[in-house]
Design a protein around this ligand. Sequence first.
Ligand code: SAM
Length: 391
Amino acid sequence: MGEKKHAFHSMCSYLGCFPPRVPRQALQALTRRGDLVLDPFCGSGTSLVEALLLERPCVGVDLNPLAVTLARAKTQPVEARDVLTRLRELASEYPGGADMESVPEAVHTFFHPRTLAQLVYVKEQLGDSPEDLFLRGALLGIMHGKFRKGGGTAYLSIDMPNTFSMSVGYVQKFVRKHGLKQPPVDVFHQLRERVVWLFRGGPIPESPRATILQGNATSLPVLLETARISQVDAVVTSPPYLGVLRYGAFNWLRLWFLGFEPIAVDRALDGTDSLDRYLSFMTSFLLSAGQVVKPSGAVALVIGDVVEYGNHLPLAERVWEEVSGVVPFDLVRIDQDNFDEKSKTTRIWGEEKKGRATPLDRVLILRRRAQRKVSSRLGSTGADSRKAKAG
Ligand SMILES: C[S@@+](CC[C@H](N)C(=O)[O-])C[C@H]1O[C@@H](n2cnc3c(N)ncnc32)[C@H](O)[C@@H]1O
């Protein structure tokens, strides 16, 4: 594949996704072919795609159903030919309309009535076959976005400045202000174009395989057990940011398509909005990871620097300071990665809304202690461990 990124990485925008070269470098440095790699905050599956391309089987975990859908869509082996055949089948069986009764008013703002009817039909028809998983992921990627400069669109919606769902009020104002019209695009045609575009570099190799689980990264042993996995060789991941990233609210349209409530998604993901809560969360997560990473296995955590009360805070260092001696890992090193601003998805908010994120990311590299040192704090909750440490 060389250094060119695989087209599947561009299937759908995802908040806080990292550039593929970051997990790739970590995987190359810390793992070998055949090693089982875990990303416990897999998001849209960037590290998982890279793991498969580097011939590492992998497990992805995320609490967000949108993340799980995208990670599955990108990593289940499928052939372009079979996906296109399934799409032709859907198009040929389309009855020419759909039951629109349960479609929320807000959704109508985005789409031409004919497009929306097709979208509702496809929503109801897609199942769990690898072809359908791929089509669902590809469709999420074209639900809304910007028109081409010369006219025309690769998307299904009105001309939107970015590919995240802004609030309904904002969209309605935007539509009025710019006199926007919903384009009468054909879902089957747009989706076909997208599928062909996504497969331009070929499919993901059929082997090794990825397993994607929906669940909490603070309960890894129980979660992995459901897939009959007891240990992994390494962890490569970017944990949630310190601060509130509203994965649900910013994706309410995609979540409608998947049948989930954005508020419920945000509520489930809540918990990292203050430094104190974030550090407790990271302690619980690393205690949980300590139970599934093999002795001497490596953990690479991509953690961005933040601004806290006006001061630049190297968060990766702060996390290590907090967890050192509490979790069963030793510090290998902390690398720096000065990401290009353009490659970070937090750029979409602009200065005032990107919160505490900065362009500087660091990679905290840990190694699982070979001998489990018995600590009275090990096994307690993150918050308890932190209190014990402070005392
Ligand atoms: C920074 S994003 C990871 C993005 C990913 N690296 C990518 O390239 O798409 C962090 C992810 O953590 C997930 N998350 C937040 N809290 C979680 C938890 N307690 N357990 C599992 N996943 C969680 C969020 O849904 C989000 O997808």
